[in-house]
Design a protein around this ligand. Structure first.
Ligand SMILES: [Ca+2]
Length: 137
């Protein structure tokens, strides 16, 4: 797991503990990214970004790209969000859920395409969804 410029603790977004987090070093800005290597290609069709105890730190816009070789990337989701996503109202912990057409991927790259002057972008836990298992930690 890696993240853009000197963002430490990227692994905290995948440690199974929603009280630990990866977050941007300051207010969220377009271009900040978080990437994950699933270890091997697998069929996936969605991601969820759990904000843990920081529900206002959802990304104000998110681009999701996937790749099999970390060189050729396929855009599977891109949307700016001025208002809280509907999932935020249902479950603040899972502030962002993204579903896309099933695709084989080993690498995921999440990029912030929005900005906020008061809030970080936080990912307490990243969930990667495959068509077989609805949810994986
Ligand atoms: Ca965590």
């Amino acid at each position: 797991m890696s993240a853009s410029a000197r963002y430490k603790q990227a692994s905290a977004a995948l440690d199974g503990d929603s009280t630990t987090r990866w977050h941007t070093p300051g207010d969220q800005r377009p271009g900040q990214w978080l990437a994950v290597d699933l270890g091997q290609a697998q069929r996936i069709h969605g991601v969820s970004l759990d904000t843990g105890p920081w529900p206002k730190d959802y990304p104000r816009g998110l681009r999701v790209e996937v790749s099999r070789d970390s060189r050729a990337w396929t855009l599977v989701h891109e949307r700016t969000t001025e208002l809280p996503p509907i999932t935020h109202l249902l479950d603040p912990h899972r502030a962002v859920r993204v579903v896309f057409e099933p695709i084989d991927a080993r690498y995921l790259r999440l990029t912030c395409i929005g900005a906020h002057d008061r809030y970080y972008w936080t990912v307490a836990e990243l969930g990667v969804h495959s068509p077989r298992s609805k949810q994986q930690p």
